[in-house]
Design a protein around this ligand. Structure first.
Ligand code: FEO
Length: 385
C-alpha cells in the first residue's frame, strides 16, 4: 500500500486490480492497473482517480505523500468509470479541490455525479496551469479513448500523462516498462491497442502527427507500466495505426461436425508454406488474443458452418466484435461447410467486404472431397503469398 516516487515529486498512487479477468469483454489474464499520479509542488495535483471499489486504497496511498484534504486540483483526463468512478469519494475528502477536465468531461461528470457543489474548470487544447515551479499543459485527446479524453503534460519535466493511450492491461508491482522488460510491456501494449484503439486508427495517426514536436521524455499512462523511453511505443503506435503487416496469416473458425475444422487445418497447411500461421477456434480461444494477432496479419481466413439457414452463432459473435474494431489492409478468405444451404460463407464475406478486404469465398457441401481439400490447400497458399 505504498506510493511510489516515479520522478522527483511525481508519485504513483494508483491501484493494482490483480484478479479482474474481464474489462468490458477484454480478457485480462494478468489483471489490470488503474494509475493515478500525484504531483507535489506549491499546489498538490492529483491526475486521475481510480475505480470506485479501490478508493480506500487510493486514499491511503495519497495519504502517504500528502493529506488528501490538501489536494488543490483533481485532473480528470477521462471519465470512463475505470478512471473516474471514485471521483465523488475523493471530492468528499478533497473538499477544496478544483476539478480540471474537458467540456465533454464536465458534461459526463455532472451526469454521473451530483456536481452542484464542485468547482469544475474546463480546459481547452494547449491551455496551461501554473502549479508552483512547474507548469501543466492540457492536450486534447478526443476519442483516445472517448470524446472527453485529454492528456496532461508536465512541461518542465517533459512527462506526458497520456491516460488510456500507450497503456496496457496488466497488473505489475513494477512501474516502468524497462523494469518488467520492454518486450513484455510491448506484448500487453499491442493487445491493448488492438482491442481498444484499433477502430480509432485514423485519430491515433492524427494525434501522433500533432504531438510529434512535443518533447516527451517519459510517458505515464493510466493503465499498466510507464515508459522511461517512449520511442518504441510511439513508433509502434504509428505502425499499428498505419496497419503495417507482418508475414502472418490468421485463421479463425468454429465447426459442427468437423468439416469446417478440416478445411481450417488444410488452409493452415497451405498458408504455412509461405507465412507464419495462427489458427484459432472461436469457442476455445480468447477473442482478445485473436484480434491482437489480426492487427498486423497480412491475411485472415474465417470459417463457419451454416446452421438453421444462418451463420454458426459463435462465429457471428466474433464477426460482430471484429467489425467493430475496423481492421484494415488484409487479404481475406471466407470459408465453411454446409448441409443444404451455404449461408455462413456469404455472411462472412459480407463483413470482409464491408471492411474493405480483398475477399475470396470457399463453401463446401457436407464433407470436403479430395479435390476440395486440394483447393483449400491452394487457397491457403494464395493467402500467404
Ligand atoms: Fe481506461 Fe477509456 O478507460
Amino acid at each position: 500500500m505504498k506510493a511510489v516516487e516515479m520522478f522527483e515529486n511525481v508519485f504513483w498512487v494508483g491501484v493494482l486490480d490483480w484478479d479482474e479477468r474481464d474489462f468490458h469483454n477484454f480478457q485480462t489474464p494478468r489483471g489490470l492497473t488503474y494509475n493515478s499520479y500525484l504531483i507535489v509542488d506549491e499546489k498538490k495535483v492529483l491526475i486521475d482517480v481510480v475505480k470506485h471499489k479501490f478508493v480506500a486504497e487510493h486514499l491511503e496511498k495519497i495519504s502517504k505523500v500528502v493529506d488528501p484534504k490538501e489536494i488543490d486540483y483533481v485532473i480528470v483526463n477521462h471519465i470512463e468509470p475505470d478512471h473516474a468512478s471514485g471521483l465523488a469519494d475523493i471530492m468528499r475528502v478533497a473538499k477544496n479541490a478544483e476539478i480540471i477536465c474537458s467540456q465533454k468531461g464536465k458534461e459526463g461528470i455532472c451526469k454521473n455525479f451530483d456536481c452542484k457543489d464542485w468547482s469544475i474548470r474546463v480546459v481547452r487544447n494547449g491551455e496551461t496551469l501554473k502549479i508552483g515551479k512547474k507548469t501543466l499543459t492540457f492536450i486534447d485527446m478526443t476519442m483516445l479513448h472517448w470524446p472527453d479524453s485529454i492528456a496532461t503534460y508536465l512541461v518542465e519535466d517533459k512527462i506526458l500523462f497520456s491516460n488510456d493511450a500507450f497503456g496496457q492491461h496488466v497488473a505489475s508491482e513494477e512501474r516502468f516498462a524497462e523494469d518488467i522488460g520492454v518486450e513484455e510491456a510491448m506484448k500487453w501494449a499491442k493487445m491493448y491497442y488492438a482491442n481498444i484503439l484499433m477502430p480509432l486508427a485514423a485519430l491515433v495517426k492524427k494525434k501522433l502527427e500533432e504531438i510529434k514536436n512535443l518533447e516527451i521524455k517519459m510517458i505515464f499512462p493510466s493503465h499498466g507500466v510507464a515508459w522511461k523511453d517512449p520511442k518504441r511505443i510511439v513508433e509502434s503506435y504509428a505502425k499499428w495505426a498505419n496497419f503495417e503487416v507482418e508475414n502472418k496469416v490468421v485463421i479463425v473458425y468454429d465447426t459442427m461436425w468437423g468439416s469446417t475444422e478440416k478445411l481450417a487445418r488444410i488452409i493452415a497447411d497451405g498458408a504455412g508454406k509461405f507465412a507464419t500461421v495462427r489458427l484459432f477456434n472461436v469457442r476455445k480461444d480468447s477473442w482478445t488474443e485473436i484480434v491482437t494477432e489480426i492487427l498486423d496479419a497480412k491475411a485472415i481466413a474465417i470459417g463457419a458452418p451454416t446452421i438453421h439457414n444462418s451463420i454458426f452463432p459463435p462465429v457471428a459473435g466474433f464477426l460482430t466484435y471484429l467489425r467493430s474494431l475496423k481492421p484494415k489492409n488484409k487479404k481475406a478468405l471466407a470459408f465453411g461447410s454446409y448441409g443444404w444451404n451455404g449461408v455462413a460463407v456469404k455472411e462472412i464475406a459480407k463483413v470482409f467486404e464491408e471492411l474493405g478486404f480483398e475477399t475470396m469465398q470457399f463453401a463446401v457441401k457436407f464433407k470436403p472431397t479430395k479435390e476440395e481439400i486440394e483447393k483449400a490447400y491452394d487457397l491457403g497458399v494464395e493467402l500467404a503469398k
